[in-house]
Design a protein around this ligand. Structure first.
Ligand SMILES: NC(=O)C1=CN([C@@H]2O[C@H](COP(=O)(O)OP(=O)(O)OC[C@H]3O[C@@H](n4cnc5c(N)ncnc54)[C@H](OP(=O)(O)O)[C@@H]3O)[C@@H](O)[C@H]2O)[C@H](O)CC1
Ligand SMILES: [K+]
Length: 503
């Protein structure tokens, strides 16, 4: 699914008006009616009053239509026009159809909302062109002060939030739900900004499909259509060699759990064969906890420092991929082995956790990491590797710049994990939940990605599918309670996540 900028959304709007054709007023009616339907379904049977705040532009126009439709459906509705900025013609036309409309010209006009109800925020949408300030910013703070008593629903965007730029430190409505029209906006996907949106509901409003098909964008959100295109069903004549042989370098004394979790995920993702390189302390653990994996065991008891040796001695099997990092530690001898390994291996590679920490401790190793490798940092690891950014839009720009500079695929973990490709495109993953912020969750992702590469998926396909499967398995596992989710559950539910694709 394409993510468009505010100027592109304006173009989509204009294209639809010209080519459907439809008047702007009717398009506004259609968008607002879709919101009103959602609201009517959510509050069916409730007697909560609605308090609707409308701005001067077309976002305010949507609010005016919603006010009229909710009143026609028998709800108690009060609506205010916050008079700031130029009034759009379609807004003006709808003002005339809301006889109960009142005006707010100053913070002192802010109403006392007697009963707990629902605030509809239709002050500003994608037309916001500068941070809100002065008394209008004051209105935003007054709306936010009502959060405990009133449920806040933002129309298209939480007012004050810019679609394509950071709004860090700006006055923004803090919504419970945001009903956003037709396309996701970048700001809704970044934690610092999207946090204002609450839960985002994507609302189709019938913008012209020809525009959406033709428009170019670097930003995408994974959806089921994309997943079904990427996913490759199994060949009925397959044997275990068909799905590749992965090498996983993981674990050290006290961290063998990371190795077991990642190993299980490699195989549950569908790899044919797996060899795990582990220190001696992990041998019984791995053979007992996960007999499906073959072990290549170090003389060293506590950590691994010779995983390059089979390659140097030309005794390594014909691996299809190497996954390296979970729980390996950052001992200098491990880093040395990593450096030597990079001298022997230029094939598919997944780097996570301590492999990334080694790179940030010894950045001279970075040029040795092959092009098209996958790196999977969490925000702290990302900062250690590539430096800090002023805000989350800057961090996204840094992510893209580094993926281009090094020609790597970099997956930055988050609520909407962002995956930057060497060509500058970015894919956001929608699946997952806060329950997955738990120890070992990242090790499972490393295992899934390694398992997909082993089967012959390309790095971009492995990222899109792997992040989606990881999040979906987590969602299915957290259905009962996100608090109790542990990383093994994500592995256990991978089969169910695959089953969702096959439905
Ligand atoms: N996507 C679609 O196809 C449809 C979208 N709809 C809705 O329309 C809005 C976008 O409407 P637009 O009129 O372009 O913009 P807004 O309503 O978001 O805001 C414009 C007004 O806000 C004033 N403004 C902007 N920034 C500030 C500020 N910092 N302080 C005060 N006022 C501000 C601006 O004033 P100017 O003086 O700059 O002109 C405008 O008055 C979209 O979000 C949807 O909700 C359609 O209804 C359906 C189709
Ligand atoms: K809004």
């Amino acid at each position: 699914m394409k993510i468009l900028s505010a100027p592109q959304i304006r173009e989509a709007d204009a294209y639809t008006i010209a080519h459907e054709p439809v008047s702007g007023l009717l398009l506004m009616e259609r968008a607002a009616a879709a919101c009103a339907d959602w609201i009517l379904r959510r509050y069916a049977g409730s007697s909560r009053p609605f308090y609707i705040f409308c701005g001067p532009g077309n976002n305010g126009g949507d609010g005016l239509v919603i006010a009229r439709l909710l009143a026609e459906n028998g709800f108690a509705v009060q609506a205010w026009l916050v008079a700031a900025g130029n009034v759009s013609p379609d807004n003006l036309a709808n003002q005339a159809r809301v006889p109960f409309l009142q005006k707010i010209n100053a913070p002192a006009d802010f109403p006392h909302m007697e009963e707990p109800g629902v605030i509809i925020d239709a002050l500003f949408g994608t037309g916001l062109n500068r941070p809100l300030d002065g008394w209008v910013a004051g209105i935003i703070h007054q709306i936010n002060d009502q959060r405990g008593r009133q449920e806040i629903i933002a129309i298209d965007m939480p007012s004050g939030l810019m679609a394509d730029q950071s709004s860090k430190g700006h006055a923004c409505v803090h919504a419970r739900y945001t009903i956003t029209f037709e396309y996701w906006k970048l700001a809704l996907l970044l934690p610092e900004n999207g946090g204002f949106a609450g839960e985002t509901v994507l609302m189709p409003i019938g913008l012209h499909p020809a525009y959406t098909a033709a428009v170019q964008t670097e930003f995408h959100l994974t959806d089921m259509e994309m997943i079904r295109t990427v996913y490759r069903p199994r060949d009925p004549f397959a044997h275990k060699g068909t799905y590749g042989h992965a090498l996983l370098v993981a674990g050290s004394y006290g961290k063998m759990g990371a190795a077991v979790l990642a190993a299980r995920a490699v195989m549950r993702a569908g790899a044919g064969l797996l060899t795990v390189h582990i220190p001696r302390c992990g041998y019984e653990i791995m053979q007992t906890a996960f007999p499906e994996a073959m072990c290549e065991t170090e003389e060293l008891a506590s950590h691994s420092a010779h995983f390059d040796e089979p390659f140097r001695l030309r005794r390594a099997p014909d691996y299809d991929v190497i996954g390296i990092g979970p729980g390996i530690g950052t001992d200098p001898s491990t880093a040395k082995a990593f450096e030597r390994l990079l001298g022997h291996w230029q094939g598919p590679l997944v780097l996570d956790a301590d492999a990334l920490n080694i790179l940030s401790k010894w950045p001279s190793l970075m040029p040795l990491v092959p092009k098209l490798s996958i790196l999977t940092p969490h925000p702290k690891e990302f900062e250690r590797l590539f430096g800090a950014a002023g805000d989350h839009f800057e961090r996204l720009a840094l992510l893209r710049a580094k993926a281009k500079e090094w020609q790597w695929y970099i997956l930055l973990k988050g609520r909407f994990t962002a995956m930057a490709c060497p060509d500058g495109s970015v894919f956001f993953n929608p699946t997952g939940n806060p329950g997955m912020a738990t120890a070992g969750s990242g090790d499972v992702l490393t295992g899934i990605l390694t398992g997909l590469l082993a089967q012959g998926y390309g790095p971009k396909a492995a990222l899109i599918l792997g992040a989606w499967l990881h999040g979906k398995a987590g969602d299915l596992a957290a259905a009962i309670s996100p608090e109790s989710l542990i990383a093994s559950d994500i592995v256990d539910y991978l089969a169910n996540a695959y089953a969702e694709i096959q439905q």
